[in-house]
Design a binder for this molecule. Structure first.
Ligand code: AMP
Ligand code: GLY
Length: 419
């Protein structure tokens, strides 16, 4: 099989790493990939949003399966365009991707199909939004409707703060088109978890769960980031919760998609919160999560290329989806200052894996050297028989890696170390 992975982050590095182990793999391309993927795949200098360029490349190279990593090309209809040209592609169409690209659509979908989620209101105009605020207690949550690269969710503890956030979004256009409408919703408390579900357009099958550590600092403090680490499995995702997820969330989602005439193929990511009154959906993502993918893929015990190809072709076979019963701990190393301002261009040294798997993300080449190019620079994943061992191995591996301003959370998975 000739496979093209579209994207250049840690998630795509993990996809490429797992696909590289697939038996039927003939050639693997990453567009554009990063220095980490260049050792297992052929990096192609094409932008992930350059649909025409990628289509031409896929046709010329007779690609059997294209896998779209990030949400932006999905929102631009990349999957629709590939399908029109008879190319097998893993990912949802633009219509289906609205579950991620429009929070208003996602909330409406959940309400129409009885999927538990936070109570909400939506608004397009500032005064309308202020009027809606009255029916919510503090704290409350304000979300930009569109894609905002993780910067579109705000929690307001005071009325004045809510007013300021709404003014920024709806009057001052701080997030441009993405924030031109907003969702206001009730604040929920509980532990979060992400469940990855594979879909071939007919069936949806749970793949695995993970927990993403979104806050910048230890103890879940500081600003929200794209994710500072992940663990999989999630020990507090009990059999009872799994059942609740299947009955109350997954099943109505499958039925809702069918009723709305949406044929979903690809990965559907359920961002869940376990509240005192049960599981609720915080968000849908229409793609693999980052860094959850770096924790989940090392656990899978099947041929990923085969399964993603089956999904793209409407032939997913549930019995193939076996997982290793080991524990994965993924720790992300960032540039100092992330998610705020940070410097790039710092040389990265000590890029050896040891007992772990190393996934580069915000890296690039400067001549022969690997240098930082982004906030989340790389991740290491340890897969061990218990969380204690995995935590020790992952942090041991990070000790050997160096770049100026390297920072990481010290507590990923630590609470599940029972030794
Ligand atoms: P979202 O992009 O909707 O998942 O939001 C990003 C993060 O904001 C979530 O992972 C939560 O930590 C937080 N969040 C979103 N919605 C709520 C809510 N209704 N109550 C509490 N926290 C929320
Ligand atoms: N880790 C959260 C996301 O991928 O959206």
């Amino acid at each position: 099989m000739r496979i093209l992975v579209i994207g250049n982050g840690g998630r795509e590095a993990a996809l490429a790493w797992k696909l590289f182990q697939s038996e039927g793999l003939e050639r693997l391309f990453c567009a554009p990939g990063n220095p980490g993927t260049s050792s297992i795949a052929e990096n192609v200098p094409l932008d992930p949003c350059d649909i025409d360029g990628l289509l031409t490349f896929a046709k010329e190279q007779e690609i059997d399966l294209a896998i779209v990593g990030p949400e932006k090309p999905l929102s631009m209809g990349m999957v629709d365009r590939f399908r029109e040209r008879d190319l097998a592609v893993f990912g949802p169409t633009r219509d289906c991707a609205r579950l991620e690209t429009s929070k208003i659509f996602a909330k409406g979908f959940m309400n129409r199909h009885g999927i538990p989620t936070a109570r909400h209101a939506s608004a397009r105009y500032y005064l309308q939004a202020l009027a809606e605020l009255e029916s919510f207690e503090l704290p409350l949550v304000i979300k930009a409707d569109g894609l905002a690269a993780g910067k579109g969710v705000f929690i307001a503890d005071r009325q004045e703060e809510a007013h300021r956030i709404l003014k920024d979004l709806l009057i001052d256009d701080s997030l441009k088109e993405a924030g031109s409408s907003v969702v206001i919703e009730e604040y929920l408390s509980g532990r979060e978890l992400s469940v990855f579900v594979l879909s071939d357009g007919k069936r949806m099958v749970e793949l695995a769960e993970a927990r993403d550590f979104k806050k910048a600092f230890d103890g879940d403090l500081g600003p929200n980031t794209g994710g500072m680490g992940a663990i999989s499995p999630v020990p507090d995702y009990t059999d009872r919760l799994r059942e609740e997820f299947r009955d109350k969330i997954l099943l109505p989602t499958v039925e809702g998609l069918a009723r709305e005439g949406l044929t979903y193929t690809g990965l559907l990511y359920f961002g869940l919160i376990n509240t005192p009154v049960g599981l609720k959906v915080l968000e849908f993502n229409c793609r693999f999560g980052d860094p959850e993918t770096q924790a989940i893929l090392p656990r899978i015990d099947f041929d990923l290329a085969r399964v993603l190809y089956d999904c793209a072709r409407g032939q997913l076979k549930e019995e193939r989806l076996r997982l290793k019963q080991e524990c994965a701990v993924t720790v992300v190393a960032c540039s100092k200052g992330y998610p705020g301002r940070y410097v790039t261009g710092c040389e990265v040294s000590g890029l050896t894996e040891g007992d772990c798997t190393l996934f580069q993300a915000g890296t690039g080449y400067s001549g022969e050297k690997v240098v930082t190019t982004g906030g989340r620079v790389l991740a290491v994943t340890a897969l061990e028989r218990d969380f204690g061992e995995a935590v020790r191995k992952a942090y041991g591996a990070l000790e050997k890696i160096r770049f100026k301003g390297m920072t990481f959370r010290k507590d990923i998975g630590v609470e599940f170390d029972v030794n």
